[in-house]
Ligand binder design. Structure first.
Ligand code: PLP
Length: 381
């Protein structure tokens, strides 16, 4: 018996009938590219994020790059982004030809450090790209104040923050646009790669719609260059079915996170995740810090509990970004977060009843985590 990092089988069981009917309709109508289900999902997702526009695209990485291109970001421009993120944030920047300027994170929430952003601004800075990491939003009020003061754009990387809020406001409402990933393991996940751009700005919306479709909004007319990166109709069917349940599933994640907190709070060796005041966290990941992380991780995994490290190597130490010339010591907080004392125990989005078995042989830390997982999942381990 095991507890997977993400229980996609459970999710599928909730929507199986709806997906079957929806897929049958797509097959019958053969509108595989930009079929009506895509526009339906786009308006449903825009409504759920409380923004005016949504464009369904091929992935979260493409969504980020397309926003930057829509804003005219390119060679000579600098984009400020956190060193502690998934590589796609920064790849999107370099793919436009712009220069990523990495900054460190705050040591409690591991979100982009506003003070470091302030000192990283130069006359070439065009965009600040905060990441709403692990399911909670970056400190947007302070970032917006900086952006206004220096006449910069904000692009939100919301790949991990579907439905998250800050002082009641959702991603997409703090800057020029926000990018979402619908990679299967995300809080709203497709059955393959998929993503979306949300924005209130009609110009950004129009530009991204053209870019996703070879730079065209009229067949065979291409006033500008673009990508082939559209949300597949079959993915829209899956996403619409899951979106109806997203609020409930996010609440299950919150409940699960609260139970993890309660179970782990009295373990002095475990540092619990911290939520920024005003944030309504959606717990894409529940990231704790433990000494001797590798041992705890190995014990969890040996016992079938999915857990991982988020992220084992910060961006500046990745081979892909050796070109930045920023070696060890450049971003100490991000480096500590990736070092040997962090483990990300995922909080799966459901709770199937009480449990709690004895777990002979496990160390105290991993025993408690295992118990937490057992409680969250039901008697499956
Ligand atoms: C923070 C962050 N940004 C961007 C992405 C890229 O999304 P995708 O995998 O859909 O391209 C991801 C997820 O993979 C992510 O976690």
């Amino acid at each position: 018996m095991s507890v997977p990092l993400v229980d996609l089988k459970w999710q599928h069981a909730q929507i199986a009938d709806e997906v079957k009917d929806g897929m049958a309709e797509v097959m019958a109508n053969t509108a595989f590219i930009l079929g009506p289900q895509v526009a339906e999902f786009e308006s449903e997702f825009a409504a759920s994020q409380e923004v005016t526009h949504c464009v369904g695209v091929g992935s979260g990485t493409d969504a980020l790059e397309m926003i930057l291109r829509a804003l005219g970001v390119g060679p000579g421009d600098e984009v400020i982004a956190p060193a502690n993120t998934f590589i796609a944030t920064v790849l999107a920047v370099t793919r436009t030809g712009a220069t990523p300027v990495l900054v460190d994170s705050d040591p409690d929430c591991h979100l982009i450090d506003v003070d470091r952003v302030a000192t990283a601004i130069t006359p070439r800075t065009k965009v600040i790209m905060p990441v709403h990491l692990y399911g909670q939003m970056a400190p947007m009020a302070q970032l917006r104040a900086l952006a206004e003061q220096h006449d910069l754009l904000i692009v939100e990387d919301a790949a991990q923050a579907h439905g998250a809020r800050q002082h009641g406001k959702t991603a997409g409402n703090f800057g020029a646009a926000a990018a979402f990933s619908f990679y299967p393991g995300k809080n709203l996940g497709a059955y393959g790669d998929a993503g979306a751009v949300v924005a209130n700005d009609a110009e950004v919306y129009d530009a991204v719609r053209r870019i996703r479709n070879w730079g065209s909004d009229r067949k065979y007319y291409h006033p500008s260059k673009g990508f082939n990166s559209r949300l597949d109709t079959v993915q829209a069917v899956v996403l619409s079915a899951k979106l109806k349940r997203m609020t409930e599933w996010n609440q299950m994640r919150r409940d699960a996170a609260a139970r993890y907190d309660a179970l782990l709070v009295d373990l002095p060796s475990v540092t619990l995740p911290v939520t920024l005041p005003g944030n309504d966290h959606v717990w894409h990941l529940y990231v704790i810090r433990v000494p001797d992380r590798d041992r705890v991780l190995a014990e969890l995994n040996e016992r079938g509990i999915g857990a991982g490290i988020h992220y084992p190597i910060p961006i500046h130490l990745q081979g892909a970004y050796a070109e930045l010339g920023q070696g060890p010591g450049s971003f100490p907080v991000a480096e500590r977060a990736s070092g040997r004392d962090h483990v990300a125990a995922d909080v799966p989005g459901h709770h199937r009843g009480p449990a709690g078995r004895s777990c002979d042989g496990a160390s105290r830390d991993s025993r408690r985590l295992r118990f937490a997982a057992a409680v969250l999942h039901g008697p499956t381990i």
